[in-house]
Design a protein around this ligand. Structure first.
Ligand code: GDG
Length: 465
């Protein structure tokens, strides 16, 4: 069996797994068989040039530090200041500077130069996310001929948006250097194929395959999921934890509505809070009967857009609470600290509804975690943005337009007043969706595409296209 080499910008080192443990580490747990290698940034800033090695659970971790300048140009300015807003349809927040783009390409080149000597000829290489789009091209330039796959965790944008990015063609060409490129939804795959067709003149077939510079490439759909069984049993236990008991007591019999998101403009927190205000304005019967808890762990604090968002959120939370609070009831509890994953699972189980209303989101795992955590006898209601990738599969949620605060307020009202039978029916359908596309399946599907990629048979594909 070939060795799996995972590459991601940030490596979740076993020595430093804190309260945020989860995300990619959980999603890839099954694929990371003993002997696998995970390569990427250590999260530290420094000038050491060599990779530092660490072992944990049979997996090897090789990380490099980024210099201050690399961190600023590659990570803060280009990856998070250009690609993140672009891929979330927020062109107005995109600030392109050619020197940041140069830093982005240079860091990818450095990743490739440090990784290449660690590779074996039959390794399967799986690269994650928008920080590392040029990595395969850089590895190929060093003579690496292994199969290399790429998975994009964000949405992909149609040509009309992609064309706003200076040097967009170069980045599209870089993506074409991968054997397999994976997306969460058919819509993102289609947008990518439209871009390569219109902007690079490529002619993909019905299975998303095409030839690029004589090499076959394929765009595939592979929705990410969670360890649903694991999360369910975690939630069952955590519902009896001290934190869950304290939360329940503090509610004094009121319903709980929960939101859990990184503090990010893509997550739609401002319009969510606006909708909560409108709920109390238009449906006053819910005053004193429901409390909302928003956990919004701070992220990317070095970015001005995130600092501004935080100030705006502070203001709207203060405004909503000032307007509707009673001396013994606060409508909106808001914390910007991360909580432990088990605590979160227990909170999900207690919550009568979850509000997952990103303005754009590649998938959104919180929606899946909330469903997995529910008590089948008395499940809660999921309110889900139509612009989350998860909405493709979770069609039995209350699907809303997150830009429409009135519609979201009406959905919250509907969720809070929904009868047990409808809640159970909806939850059963959602449960099927969550258990049909688990983390394990996500890995199996991607790796089987990569293992089957026809890179050694270019002539056959050329004849077919
Ligand atoms: C990107 C894409 C795509 C959140 N707060 C805390 C905490 N979390 C956990 C959640 C969930 C994860 O973090 C967040 O995942 P999401 O999928 O919701 O969003 P992104 O971080 O933006 O992830 C997204 C994902 O990649 C995977 O492909 O779904 O669309 O944007 O697991 O529970 N965990 C803990 N404390 C917190 O305070 N422990």
């Amino acid at each position: 069996m070939p060795r799996l080499v995972v590459v991601s910008n940030r490596v979740p080192l076993p020595s430093e797994r804190g309260p945020r443990a989860g995300g990619l580490a959980v999603a890839l747990a099954d694929a990371l068989r003993p002997g696998s290698l995970w390569f990427g940034w250590s999260g530290k800033r420094g000038n050491a040039q060599e990779a530092s090695l660490q072992q944990g659970d049979g997996v090897s971790y090789a990380t490099i530090d980024l210099s201050e300048a690399e961190h600023r140009g590659f990570y803060v300015h280009f990856a998070n200041g250009v690609l993140w807003p672009l891929l979330h349809f927020r062109l107005g927040l995109m600030t392109f500077r050619s020197e940041d783009y140069a830093a982005y390409r240079a860091v990818n080149r450095r990743f490739a130069a440090t990784l290449a000597p660690l590779l074996r000829p039959d390794d399967l290489i799986w690269v994650h996310d928008y920080h590392l789009i040029p990595l395969a091209e850089e590895l190929r330039a060093l003579g690496v001929s292994n199969r290399i796959g790429f998975f994009l965790h964000t949405p992909f944008v149609p040509p009309a948006i992609m064309q706003a990015l200076p040097r967009a063609n170069e980045l599209l060409e870089s993506l074409c250097a991968y054997d397999v490129t994976g997306f969460h939804t058919a819509g993102y795959q289609q947008a990518f194929l439209d871009c390569v067709r219109e902007m690079l003149g490529v002619r993909p077939d019905a299975d998303g395959r095409f030839l690029w510079q004589g090499r076959p490439a394929q765009a595939v759909v592979d929705p990410i999921g969670i360890d649903a069984d694991g999360f369910r049993s975690c939630a069952e236990q955590a519902a009896h934890s001290i934190e869950a008991r304290q939360l329940r007591e503090s509610l004094a019999g009121r319903a709980l509505g929960i939101g859990v998101d990184r503090l990010d403009y893509s997550k739609g927190l401002l319009s969510r809070f606006e909708a909560i205000g409108r709920l109390f304005a238009h449906y006053p019967e819910h005053r004193r009967r429901v409390s909302f808890l928003q956990i919004a762990a701070r992220s990317r604090e070095e970015q001005g857009d995130y600092q501004r968002l935080r100030r705006e959120l502070d203001r709207i939370v203060g405004d909503t609470n000032g307007r509707y609070s009673e001396f013994d009831w606060v409508p909106l509890r808001y914390m910007t600290r991360a909580v432990r994953r088990t605590t979160l699972a227990g909170f999900f189980r207690i919550a009568r509804l979850a509000i997952v209303t990103p303005l754009r989101d590649g998938m959104n795992l919180v929606a899946k975690e909330y469903v997995a955590a529910q008590d089948p006898e008395d499940p809660g209601v999921l309110i889900l943005s139509r612009f989350a990738g998860a909405a493709d599969q979770m069609t039995d949620a209350l699907i809303v337009n997150p830009f429409d605060a009135e519609e979201v307020a009406a959905a919250i009202h509907r969720g809070l007043t929904m009868g047990l039978e409808e809640r159970q029916q909806r939850w059963q359908a959602l449960r099927d969706a969550v258990w049909n596309t688990t983390a394990k399946q996500y890995c199996t599907v991607f790796l089987s595409y990569l293992e089957r990629s026809p890179w050694s048979e270019p002539r056959r594909l050329r004849a077919a296209s």
